[in-house]
Design a protein around this ligand. Structure first.
Ligand code: PRP
Ligand code: MG
Length: 211
């Protein structure tokens, strides 16, 4: 058996991803609380690397990781020459345009200012609607932008809705849903097909236990 390297995203997806892998008896050696970024499971011939969500695709695309777990939001924003293998049973959330209640987002001749961590998704979405926008790229805490007058609205992911609510904002328009995905490097998927398929099957069969 070849050794497989699996890239897991830090942050909101990390714990769910870890639990799903652990639920099928993989990732027993991973300790998310430690500051270590690489974990070897010699028995199972698996290696887990812990990376920023926005870097998972890079590690997989470059073949340093054979497979990875990443949100569909990141895949849509960054693209990448990778295979999307499987929907995973966590990380469900939706993209939305959000802002103050009643804020108009369809403004014929005006430019709408939109703050977001996802400029590509935002530009594509409003281009489709024929609404002109100015995109303001932020790296987080996007909900702040309308509160301080940096933007008219935001485009962001909404999971519980708590962040919007805590900041007096609401969903103005639902866009689409996203969730976590298992992705693979294209070459690895050919040359380590057996190992990758084995993990895919374990995760797929284990999936109902997590739903
Ligand atoms: C994400 C997202 C929203 C929030 C949605 O932010 O950008 O702000 O979570 O979740 P909720 O609907 O359950 O409140 P995150 O906490 O990842 O931080 P960041 O935006 O600062 O990167
Ligand atoms: Mg946020």
């Amino acid at each position: 058996m070849n050794e497989l390297t699996i890239a897991l995203a830090k942050g909101r997806l990390a714990e769910d991803a870890y639990n799903v892998f652990k639920g099928v008896n993989l990732a027993n050696n991973v300790d998310l609380k430690s500051r270590k970024l690489i974990f070897e499971d010699k028995d199972q011939r698996l290696r887990f690397i812990i990376v920023k969500p926005s870097d998972v695709i890079t590690y997989v695309e470059q073949g340093v990781a054979d497979i990875g777990v990443v949100g569909k939001d990141t895949i849509l924003e960054q693209g990448g020459n990778i295979y999307e293998l499987l929907d995973l049973p966590f990380g469900e959330c939706r993209f939305a345009v959000a802002g103050y209640k009643g804020k108009k987002i369809n403004r014929k001749d005006e430019v709408l200012k939109v703050a977001t961590k996802y400029p590509k998704i935002t530009v594509d979405y409003f281009a489709e609607k024929g609404q002109r926008i100015q995109t303001i790229k932020l790296n987080g805490s996007v909900e702040l932008a309308p509160l301080v007058g940096l933007s008219d609205v935001i485009v962001d992911i909404v999971e519980t809705g708590n962040t919007l609510k805590a900041n007096g904002l609401e969903v103005l328009e639902e866009m689409f849903e996203v969730r976590a995905k298992l992705i693979a490097n294209r070459v690895s998927y050919r040359f380590k097909a057996k190992e990758i398929n084995a993990i895919q099957t374990l995760l797929r069969d284990g999936r109902e236990n997590f739903d």
